[in-house]
Design a binder for this molecule. Structure first.
Ligand code: ADP
Ligand code: MG
Ligand code: ZN
Length: 476
């Protein structure tokens, strides 16, 4: 039975760091550049006789990530050579870190982290042209951070949660844009299944380029591995690729072990004693920390008692979060209820209008001041919710002051009770039969009266007040 197996997952996540120059040379760090091979030099092309120089900014960014993860920052650290041949690694080795990574330990969303180290990205190869392969070295030597987790994840949901939270963390810290579609962040999944306390044989899955694919690849591997074991066959320790179209993993190569790479310390680079470098001190790094996603989640929840879905929207997209917070500040003297109303109009209406334009979030012509004014009008009961939505749409498309728009379109609801009372009396007088029915117990007649009132006034009165007055008149 497949559900007798426990699945164990460890993640390896690579992220390209957003630094001005490459990891070991002065070339511009712009891997998305379309013209091939323009940001290259003898160092990142691996020419003999050239010497690499460590990019301080890249080291600092990894240390900052370690600080945010509550990790141990190395005192002694060094770079190693990972030897293998492939056209995308012109030196015949990748400079990476093996024995002494910059960062060890720490945790995120309850997942323990093994290490975070720094290495260089490889060139980009393409095999799409018939009869030849092309290599673009713009990406060769771009600073690449690698995070490795402990094998402590047991579901695809948790794995995806971790990867998403790590992406947010990198974006908040400004160390990487971590866009998975662009390959700025790459997730590799190590997965094994076992019926006992012991680990099963692990398989590594590469080339996963979306969070959705992370989940799918995990589910596929769990199924594949348990099927093999149920048939009495064995899981082979190997590296598999993810086929995005077929939604399957496929065998790429047998897994090489660390000793295959003949790791050794790179003699071209100096060892680093982090404690001797003033700008890498704990105090200096702490100064660079910003509010982290989890802290923001807690603060928004505590301060505004928002729905968790709304909080997630503001944490996940900092631009919307910023807009919400500026609106909340503008409304701070009006109490918590109105801020929740404002939040609803942002997360349902403005996001809906944005989506219709094919965007995730855009204010178009809405200004913060006009938005706040609209929310205040809604709060006073001057607008029906339909009316408010119509005005917001006009503000979005053509801009303008909600009060002026509401007057122009006749959308202001009247709260003047005297006027509403006259209207209510008129409706009851014109419909004696319905009044009779109501008095005999037909409660739905009330809705009829309100409907009549809204129709006659073209929705310009407040239905709540109308309802209250009709009820009072019917009591008589
Ligand atoms: P390798 O040297 O083969 O790359 P590591 O020990 O460095 O292996 O681990 C790589 C990743 O695999 C880590 O994220 C680790 O948590 C994970 N891992 C290790 N053993 C297992 C296992 N039995 N099942 C699932 N993941 C594992
Ligand atoms: Mg590995
Ligand atoms: Zn270069």
């Amino acid at each position: 039975m497949k559900d007798e197996y426990k699945m164990t997952i460890g993640l390896e996540i690579h992220a390209e760091l957003k630094t001005k120059s490459k990891m070991f040379c002065g070339c511009i760090n712009l891997p998305e550049e379309k013209s091939p091979n323009i940001y290259i030099c003898p160092i990142c092309m691996g020419h003999p006789g050239t010497l690499p120089v460590i990019n301080k900014e890249a080291v600092k960014k990894v240390l900052l990530v370690g600080t945010a993860l509550g990790s141990e920052i190395a005192d002694f650290t060094e770079f190693d050579r990972k030897n293998y041949f492939y056209p995308d690694i012109p030196k015949g080795y990748q400079i990476s870190q093996y024995k002494n990574p910059l960062v060890k330990g720490g945790s995120l969303v309850g997942v323990e982290i093994t290490r975070v180290h720094l290495e260089e990205d490889t060139a980009r190869s393409s095999h799409e042209t018939p009869d030849m392969s092309l290599v673009d070295y713009n990406r060769a030597g771009v600073p690449l951070m690698e995070l490795v987790t402990e094998p402590v994840i047991h579901s695809s949901e948790k794995a995806v949660e971790f990867a998403k939270e790590f992406q947010l963390l990198l974006q908040y810290l400004g160390v990487s844009d971590a866009n998975m579609e662009k390959g700025e962040m790459r997730v590799e999944v190590n997965l094994s299944v076992s019926k006992t306390e012991d680990f099963g044989t692990k398989v590594e899955v590469k080339n996963i380029n979306s969070f959705r694919a992370v989940g799918k690849a995990i589910d596929f591997e769990f199924d594949r591995q348990t099927t093999l074991l149920e048939k009495g066959e064995e899981v082979v320790q190997e590296t598999r690729g993810w086929d995005e179209n077929k939604e399957i993993t496929f065998s790429q190569r047998l897994k090489e072990s660390a000793h295959d790479y003949r790791y050794f310390e790179d003699p071209d680079l100096p060892k680093l004693i982090i404690s001797e470098i003033p700008e890498f001190s704990k105090e200096e790094l702490k100064k660079l920390l910003v509010e982290l996603p989890e802290e923001k989640r807690k603060r928004l929840t505590n301060d505004f008692s928002l729905k968790p879905e709304d909080v997630e929207i503001y944490v996940g997209d900092r631009e919307i979060g910023k807009f919400f917070e500026s609106v909340a500040e503008g409304l701070s003297t009006y109490g918590a209820g109105i801020i929740k109303t404002a939040s609803n109009y942002i997360t349902s209406d403005i996001l809906g209008l944005s989506k219709a334009l094919g965007k995730y979030f855009t204010l178009e012509k809405i200004t913060k001041e006009n938005f706040i004014k609209l929310i205040l009008m809604i709060n006073k009961g001057n607008l029906s919710s339909r009316g408010a939505k119509d005005i917001l749409k006009i503000m979005f498309e053509t801009g303008g002051d909600p009060e002026i728009i509401a007057n122009e379109k006749g959308l202001i609801q009247k709260n003047n009770t005297e006027e509403i009372k006259l209207m209510a009396e008129k409706i009851l007088k014109e419909n004696p039969m319905v009044v009779e029915e109501y008095k005999k117990g037909k409660e739905s007649s009330l809705q009829f009266f309100i409907g009549q009132g809204m129709k006659e006034t073209k929705g310009s009165i407040n239905p709540e007040i109308l309802k209250k007055i009709i009820l009072e008149l019917l009591q008589k």
